[in-house]
Ligand binder design. Structure first.
Ligand SMILES: [Zn+2]
Length: 232
């Protein structure tokens, strides 16, 4: 099968980002941008599959790039030791990339990535994994629908892998699915998860695809007119 080509900016090189980066690199994506300000920590190794014990304490983006280049020396990698939380900053980093993947672990960053996708017309793959549940979807450039059509507000209490725990293999699966949606979009193949949320429940071993549509009360989508929902 031919290489995927194209370019992807990855927000976060934690559990989701590691799996997605590995899958994208193996599938032949030409250029990857890695965005993360953290260092590799021992407690993360069970789900951040790019890193090794020898990487502990070092910058994630640098170690991730090292391991990805070992897999694909021709891969072009750009490193950003940052943690952008505003949509404008995310859009600036994503300028020149074909697609944005959000592998962050908090609602502020997820909503900022969603706003960047809507206002700056970027395709965005969203994914999350907490406890025994995971989810994946794709927000088309300009939204309609976007993540805020589905989740109007953040939950009253933020949960995270740190507070709730998470199964490493679940994070890997969600990251892999995020890469798959990105590859489908880049290749213009199949039906991407626009207006459909793929959910995974480890406990029942069930997957569901939950449809959702534009929410007229969405705080983000109505500010944009003439949005595109087509596959590029
Ligand atoms: Zn919306």
């Amino acid at each position: 099968m031919r290489a995927t080509g194209g370019s992807v900016l990855l927000l976060g090189v934690g559990g989701l980002g590691c799996a997605a980066a590995l899958a994208l690199t193996a599938s032949g994506v030409q250029r990857l941008g890695l965005v993360d300000s953290d260092q590799v920590a021992l407690s993360n190794l069970h789900r951040q599959i790019l890193y090794r014990m020898s990487d502990l304490g070092q910058n994630k983006v640098e170690r991730a790039a090292h391991h990805l280049r070992a897999l694909a020396p021709e891969l072009q990698v750009e490193l950003f030791r940052e943690r952008p939380t505003e949509s404008r900053d995310i859009a600036e980093l994503a300028s020149g990339y074909d697609l944005l993947i959000d592998g962050t672990d908090n609602f502020r960053s997820r909503f900022a990535a969603n706003e960047a996708a809507v206002h700056y017309r970027l395709p965005l793959v969203h994914g999350a994994a907490i406890g025994q549940r995971g989810q994946v979807c794709l927000v088309p450039p300009g939204g309609r629908p976007c993540l805020r059509c589905l989740f109007a507000d953040p939950p009253p209490q933020e949960v995270s892998c740190r507070s709730e725990g998470v199964f490493g293999p679940l994070v890997g699966e969600v990251g892999w699915l995020m890469a798959m949606e990105a590859v489908k979009w880049l290749r213009g193949m199949g039906e991407v998860l626009i207006g459909r949320l793929l959910t995974i429940d480890l406990e029942s071993a069930r997957r569901r695809v939950v449809p959702w549509s534009v929410n007229p009360s969405c705080p983000v989508c109505p500010q944009v007119t003439g949005s595109s929902t087509g596959v590029n």
